[in-house]
Design a protein around this ligand. Structure first.
Ligand code: NDP
Length: 335
């Protein structure tokens, strides 16, 4: 098995030197074990936070151990009736092509819909789709007619959030992303009503004000920093923000200055709520049913950016942090 380990805790942008590729030989299966050949391995922004040793909602990655994280694969050997050979499974054993462990570490998945690859369980029908669903509906309490602003709109969570907002009756959905191509996709493919490139002039504040002349009711924040400040500027009274991520600061080596307009939270009666999806797995079955129906009815499009080979997992992760992906970034493991 080829596996990628964390070799150093990076400062600022991670580099190849912070990781190490190792080969692990597995022995025969013990009782109640499975060997799984991964089909797709997930790379996610939260992994940057786990590379450093700090207090957070999940413990840091261990040095000199294989990077953990979401993956989907197929059982190729088994000593348990519960997970026979051929079963599609998801697990958290991360950045490796083959994994062999006790069957309890794996969850059986249904076969993906016709014409769709199993990577959909890492994206629209998996953790990122659930994040968008919980963030909009439970955390931000989206109501029909609301004007919604979503940052990081062309990424995995963002493409899900924009489409869920539309399907749940939002009045106007505005997105921001980091390239002209992504901005075009937001309105042409992901159902956004208006979109802007945050890297363009004028500032995010001015661009958001132009896109939301009547203000916003809901902000789904994937970015933090200047995007959060811009949202606070244009919030209507009683507005609600779901604070999902702050990717603008994940590789920063200095403290990020806070928004200068926090007093708007007081004067407009705003509610800003942070959340992590791991505390909302109780909504997984409702989400799976709802999203599954939308998906089957062709009401949701699911895009991904695929990088081939576990040896390129670090490049895929760095590419994700640099915005090389549209939709979900995944690493495909050739069979
Ligand atoms: P994405 O697919 O959105 O990929 C990350 C994207 O972030 C890039 O494609 C890039 O797009 C954008 N980006 C990078 N740097 C910046 C920057 N400085 N300013 C603005 N945008 C930037 O990843 P995910 O969908 O997996 O995650 C999106 C967010 O949601 C992250 O903040 C992540 O941490 C968070 N998250 C939170 C969860 C929770 O439980 N709270 C669960 C899952 C994700 P662009 O080209 O537009 O710059």
């Amino acid at each position: 098995s080829t596996q990628i380990q964390l070799a150093n805790r990076p400062t600022g942008w991670p580099t190849d030197a912070d990781f190490r590729t190792v080969t692990v030989e597995y022995g025969d299966l013990g009782p109640g074990q499975v060997r799984v050949a991964n089909e797709f391995v997930s790379v996610d922004p939260y992994m940057r936070g786990r590379m450093i040793d700090t207090r957070s909602y999940i413990p840091p990655f261990a040095l000199d151990e294989t990077m953990t994280g979401g993956a989907v694969g197929r059982v190729v050997e088994s000593t348990t009736e519960g997970l026979p050979v051929g079963t599609l499974v998801s697990h958290q054993y991360g950045w490796r092509d083959i994994v062999q462990e006790d069957a309890t570490g794996f969850r059986a998945l249904p076969e993906p819909p016709e014409g769709v690859e199993s990577s959909v369980y890492l994206g629209m029908l998996g953790m990122t789709g659930l994040t968008a669903y919980v963030g909009l509906l439970t955390i931000a309490q989206l109501r029909p007619g609301d004007t919604v602003f979503i940052s990081g709109a062309a990424g995995a969570v963002g493409t899900a959030a924009g489409q869920i907002a539309r399907l749940k009756g939002a009045g106007r959905v505005i997105g921001s992303a980091g390239s002209a191509e992504k901005v075009a996709l937001l309105t042409e493919r992901y159902g956004y009503d208006a979109a802007f490139n945050y890297k363009d002039e004028p500032s995010v504040r001015k661009q958001l004000r132009e896109a939301a002349p009547d203000g916003i009711d809901v902000y789904f924040d994937n970015v933090g920093g200047d995007h959060l400040e811009a949202a606070l500027d244009v919030f209507n009274d009683g507005g609600r923000a779901a604070l999902c991520g702050a990717i603008a600061q994940y590789n920063s080596t200095t403290r990020t200055p806070g928004p200068s307009n926090m007093a708007n939270i007081i004067t407009r009666g705003l509610t800003l709520t942070g959340f992590t999806v791991g505390h909302h797995f109780d909504q997984l079955s409702e989400f799976t049913a709802t999203m599954g129906q939308w998906f089957a009815a062709g009401e949701v499009v699911h895009d991904e950016t695929v990088v081939d080979g576990i040896d390129n997992a670090v490049d895929a992760f760095l590419g994700l942090m640099q915005g090389q992906n549209t939709g979900k970034m995944v690493v495909r493991i050739p069979s």
